[in-house]
Every structure is written in C-alpha cells, then in structure tokens.
Design a protein around this ligand. Structure first.
Ligand code: UDP
Length: 478
C-alpha cells in the first residue's frame, strides 16, 4: 500500500508555543530526512498568533489543520490553564476521531501511519487505539518529567500528605532525587482540581506504543538507561531520545532591536532575562528583579511581561490583571530605563530567543527553566540562573543544578517572609553567574553540552537513528 512507502504521521501538539514549535520541528525532520508526510493538528481554543507562528513556514510534506473550537463557557472564570487544556483535549476527541477517519479513508495523504500526541493530550491515544492506529506520545519535556508523571498515580495512592511535606526525597530510577516540593506544580496540593487530572494523565500514557522524548543522552544518560531497563521488563512503553529539537538561529532577526543592541556589546557580557512564553512575576517581584539587575552592575537584556499578582503563568493570555494590554514597561520602577541605559535593554513581551542565545555577546540566561528554553540554552552553550515558576520547571531546575548536568550555576528562591526573590539575592546571583566561580564552571559545562547537543543532532547521529528506527517500525506495521 502507498502508506508503506510514504508514512503519514499525524502530530497533535497542545496549545502553547513550547508545544507547537517542537512539534513543527519534529514534523519537519520527519518530512525532510525520513521520507514521511506529516499533518500537524492544532486546537483552535487557546491558540494565539504567537503559538501558531511556528506553523508559518512548514517544509514540503508538512501541513497544518485545526480542530474546531469547542465551548469552555461552563468552566469557572478562574480555571487553571491545565484545566482549560485538558477540557479542550477531551471535548475535541470526537472531532479528532472524525479527522483520523477521513485520513484513513483517503488516498492523499494515504491513511495514518501513526499518531503522535503531545504530553498533555494522551487522552487522544484511546481514539487511535480504537481505530487501530499506532500511537506514541511526543513528550516536549524531559524523561525525568515523564518518569515523575508516570509515578503520579502511585504517589496519589501510596502517600497521604501533601507532597511538599514528604519526609524523604522522591527517588525514581535513574533520576536526580527530588524534594516533593519540586514535583510538578498541580500535584502539590491534593485539593487542586488539576491533581486528579494529572493522575489520569499518568494512566493515559500507558496506552502509548512508546514515547518520543525531546532530550539527548548527555542531558539524561542515567534516566534513559534506567527507563530502558523498565521498558525492557514491560513496566512502561519504550522511550526514545529524539532531541534536541530546537529551532536553528536565522539571519532574519538581524534587524531586531535586541540583536542590534547585542551587536554593540562585548563578548559574553550580557545576561539574557526571559521567563518563557507564559512565565509571569508579581508586581512586587518585577520591581525587585529590576532593582537587582540594576544593582548587579552587569549588562542585561530583559524581556518584560505584564506582572500578575494572581497567576505565575498569566502571560499565556497576553494581558495584565485588568484584562487589557497596556504597556508592560509601565510597571518598571520609575527611572529604571534611564538609569540602566547603555548597560541594559528592556524590551516588551518577546525577543527572538534562539538568535539572542546564540549571539556572541550573551554570557548567561536568567531562565524559568522551561524545557525548550533549556534545550536552546544547552544548544547555544549558555549557562543559566534558574528561576523556576510553575509546571515541571522546579524539577528541571534541580536537574540543571545537579553536578552531572551543571548547566545552572545557581537557583534563586523566594524568601520566606515576603515570598519574593529579593533584590540582594538577584544581584548576587547575577554577579556569580556572570563573573563568579560558579558561573565559570557552568560556562564550561554549557560548552560541553553544546558540543554534545551538536553530536546528538548531527547528520546520521543518535537523533537521526532514533527517528529512522521508529519510521522503519511504522512502515513495517503499515
Ligand atoms: N520564546 C521566545 N521569545 C520570548 C519568549 C519565549 O522566542 O520572548 C520561545 C523560546 O525560545 C522557547 C519557547 O518560546 O522556544 C518557550 O518554551 P519553554 O518550554 O521554554 O517555556 P514555556 O513557554 O512552555 O513555559
């Protein structure tokens, strides 16, 4: 049959720049290097122009299509982003089924060789199972995170306290020991309505034929080895390291205000400050960060967002607490921009991050430790200062701060009294990263990781081989 020759891969990323962009990268690789065609199926709900920009220039053989919008009107106005996403995923399942059936019945594209669902959409695996389609999870975070999510159902039933009160660290096979408080955000409090959804997520993963993880050996060697032992025993479906799937820098950003400013700065002198597409600070924390950057005396390029006192991931919605979108710069301390002129540049809302990280002038990254940002930092060889906020970012910070990985020179923590990272801590951590011993050690580690990332994604390298092996398997089943 035609699809045995040209596999048709259907990818289902959840909404969010950090999910759509790597799915687009993977689809492009499958089409360009592995003789596949690919359809990227997106959600109309919760999509923003920013999220969809990754779909603007897809190579031949890759197309995008969107599932129709579904009503979320019955959700409480303050429903968490995870609740919204899981609701959209479940409510669009009938539309996904219809779409897959239409592919199955058509000759172009020929059938469906495999469905790759996002880490937040494993509920869709049941639809593929029902239709007899091979099915995998494309996991846009790391294997440490997947291991902890697979453990969540057990955590829920074998412990009684809130996980931040667990007396002992959580030690999972091949994983860095985690304090309960560093586990994923929604399992921190049992009363959180998302808690049970995370337990279901952990169970839904077991319907997969395997996991494609956006990671590479140098980043997670021990975890990959331990997971393979478990999957060989049949405990879990197998996991394949297919990363780092990150965008390459392009010259299109050359005229961007950030790049032009960086062009004027000395090598390795600038701290890049960015908390991903969703990371958000409170009004007080924004002022404290500004004061700390100023006091550090280091050069910085800061992507400034609307602060929010309600939600550490408010930026996903692109507005401030009042729901409008006035100028985020208006929340900076009085006179800050003038006083730091020359040494610092603050830009509103968005920077061309991959180009920034790969700029010779950038020497450090104050990061929320989102996994895409982390892979981009590693691929660019830039050490980080960890400022995790939500989702799995705290466990990422633990991994990055571990001796083995060492990409993060330091991790900042809010002080107990006010719940903010103080200006003093910001200033001293920034100085240590940019000019101290820990920073120098992390710089060395970052350069090693950059070399290892290049090896992983080189032509014919481990990433290529992992994907080729899988495509071969899909063809065999076609
Ligand atoms: N990003 C960017 N410019 C910005 C902020 C974010 O290009 O100003 C990109 C960044 O390069 C990364 C993605 O958005 O690819 C954020 O993904 P990540 O997993 O780091 O964090 P999330 O947004 O999912 O929290």
């Amino acid at each position: 049959p035609a699809h045995a020759v040209t596999p048709h891969v259907v990818l289902l990323p959840s909404p969010g720049a950090g999910h759509v962009a790597p799915a687009a990268q993977l689809a492009a690789r499958l089409a360009t290097h592995h003789g596949c065609t690919a359809t990227i199926v997106t959600y109309t709900n919760l999509s923003t122009a920013r999220n969809s920009s990754a779909l603007a220039s897809l190579p031949t053989g890759v197309t995008a299509t969107a599932l129709p919008e579904v009503s979320l009107d019955d959700l409480p106005a303050d429903a968490r982003i995870e609740t919204r996403i899981f609701a959209v995923v479940r409510r669009t399942l009938p539309h996904l089924r219809e779409l897959l059936l239409s592919f199955l019945g058509s000759s172009s594209p020929a059938g469906v060789t495999t469905l790759l669902t996002d880490m937040l959409c494993p509920a869709a695996l049941a639809v593929a199972a029902e239709l007899g389609i091979p099915r995998y999870v494309f996991f846009t975070s790391n294997l440490l995170c997947l291991t902890t999510l697979l453990y969540t159902p057990e955590l829920a039933t074998t412990t009684a306290c809130e996980c931040r009160d667990l007396p002992e660290p959580v030690v999972l096979p091949g994983c860095v020991p985690l304090h309960g408080a560093d586990l994923i955000d929604p399992v921190q409090i049992r009363a959180n309505p998302v808690y049970q959804l995370m337990v279901e997520l952990g169970l839904d993963y077991l319907l997969a034929d395997g996991f494609l993880i956006n990671t590479f050996d140098a980043m997670e060697h021990d975890t990959l080895v331990a997971f393979k032992e478990l999957s060989d025993k049949g405990v879990y479906p197998p996991a394949y390291a297919v990363g780092p799937l990150v965008r390459s820098p392009t010259s299109e950003a050359a005229n961007d205000v950030c790049i032009r400013w960086l062009d004027e700065q000395p090598d390795g002198s600038v701290l890049y400050v960015c908390l991903g597409s969703g990371g958000t600070l409170s009004v007080a924390q924004t002022a404290e960060l500004a004061a700390g950057l100023e006091a550090s005396g280091q050069r910085f390029l800061w992507v400034v967002r609307f602060p929010s006192d309600k939600d550490v991931s408010a930026s996903y919605f692109g507005t401030n607490d009042r729901g409008d979108n006035d100028d985020p710069m208006s929340y900076l301390p009085e006179g800050f921009v003038e006083r730091t002129k020359g040494a610092g540049l603050a830009v509103p809302l968005w920077a061309p991050q991959v180009e920034v990280l790969n700029h010779r002038a950038v020497g450090g990254f104050l990061s929320h430790c989102g996994w895409n940002s982390t892979l981009e930092a590693a691929s660019a060889g830039v050490p980080t200062l960890a400022w995790p906020l939500f989702a799995e970012q705290k466990m990422n910070a633990v991994m990055l701060s571990s001796e083995r990985v060492g990409l993060a020179a330091l991790r900042v923590r809010p002080d107990d009294d006010r719940g903010v990272v103080t200006r003093e801590e910001v200033a001293s951590a920034v100085r240590e990263l940019m000019a101290g011993k820990k920073g120098a050690a992390a710089w060395k580690k970052a350069r090693e990781l950059r070399a290892a990332a290049a090896v992983a994604s080189a032509p014919g390298g481990p990433q290529h081989q992992a994907l080729a092996g899988m495509v071969g398997e899909w063809k065999g089943r076609g």
